[in-house]
Design a protein around this ligand. Structure first.
Ligand SMILES: C[S@@+](CC[C@H](N)C(=O)[O-])C[C@H]1O[C@@H](n2cnc3c(N)ncnc32)[C@H](O)[C@@H]1O
Length: 285
């Protein structure tokens, strides 16, 4: 954090007139903008199972409908970038097997950190880890895990759908190594990177999209998401926008407006509110 930014934050907190402004909606928006541009971005590996149920509804509904409208015989390929300890790819595999049992699919999940990948490959979690997210349901836990002593182990029919590999999504050869996919997920990776790096990572990820494909991209600075997706000609999926956004805010806790990883409240007043708040974008070219 720069000295000037630190001093500005301190003034906003301590000078009474400035503090009143800082707590107003416009003051919060200003503080958040400053955080986006000047705050350090520590590299979190935080993840949770069944994080955004409304986004999973979108996946099994309109997203697969869109992809299957031009169905080819080969399985749907899903690539998850920044998969951390595996909660996200296992959640996706479990939900697809449960709600789209006829669908042929395979998931390739990547992370830069060998320690989180070791946990992901083990596919065994404490009960507290699985239940950490209040949106986890008993049905999800039943259909995803088998209990072994005090551990919850991912069912083998789910685990075998996911392959984990170490890769740096910022490296120049990333797109060649990973190759293209029908669905690309890169969630909560870019909000943890400094903005020029996040921009570079977005370009690498967008290059993985097949001509007809979907990008899942919660956890990216919203102004950057608006700009980057527009430049790439991606179309926001306007499905349950506010529900998905509110679930994403729940995960981020009370971080807005203090930290760059916070998430502003949903507002239809934004001119491009669909592009700003959508976490799912379609490519059809
Ligand atoms: C906050 S976690 C998000 C996990 C999961 N996607 C989710 O939303 O729950 C971010 C993950 O991105 C990984 N990551 C950060 N930089 C990366 C890079 N350059 N290439 C691949 N993974 C990266 C981190 O190691 C971390 O596990």
């Amino acid at each position: 954090m720069s000295i000037v930014y630190g001093a500005a934050r301190q003034l906003l907190k301590t000078v009474p007139g400035l503090r009143r402004f800082a707590d107003s909606p416009s003051g919060q928006a200003l503080r958040y903008r400053l955080a986006l541009h000047f705050e350090d971005r520590p590299g979190f590996t935080f993840t949770q199972f069944h994080r955004l149920p409304a986004q999973l509804d979108a996946l099994v509904g309109p997203v697969l409908d869109f992809l299957e409208a031009h169905r080819r015989p080969d399985p749907i390929r899903i690539v998850v970038i920044g998969c951390s300890t595996g909660a996200e790819p296992f959640t996706v595999a479990s939900v697809l097997l449960e709600r789209r049992p006829q669908l042929a699919f395979a998931i390739d999940a990547y992370d830069i950190d060998p320690d989180v990948l070791a946990i992901a490959r083990g596919a065994s979690y404490s009960i507290d880890t699985v239940h950490a997210n209040p949106l986890v349901t008993a049905d999800f836990v039943r259909s995803t895990f088998e209990q072994e002593g005090d551990r919850l182990v991912v069912r083998p029919e789910i685990a075998r759908r996911v392959r984990f590999e170490q890769a740096d999504a910022l490296s120049p050869d990333f797109r060649l190594r990973v190759s293209t996919a029908d669905i690309v997920m890169a969630q909560n990776v870019m909000c943890n990177l400094r903005r020029p790096l996040a921009r570079r990572l977005f370009d690498n990820i967008a290059a993985l999209l097949k001509q007809r494909s979907a990008l899942f991209i919660d956890g990216m600075d919203l102004d950057m998401r608006e700009r980057c997706t527009r430049i790439c000609g991606l179309v926001p999926l306007a499905y349950e926008l506010q529900r998905i956004h509110d679930e994403a805010r729940l995960v981020r806790g009370e971080r807005y407006p203090h930290f760059a990883t916070g998430l502003e409240p949903f507002s239809q007043r934004h001119r491009n509110h669909e592009r700003r708040y959508s976490t799912i974008f379609l490519r059809d070219s």
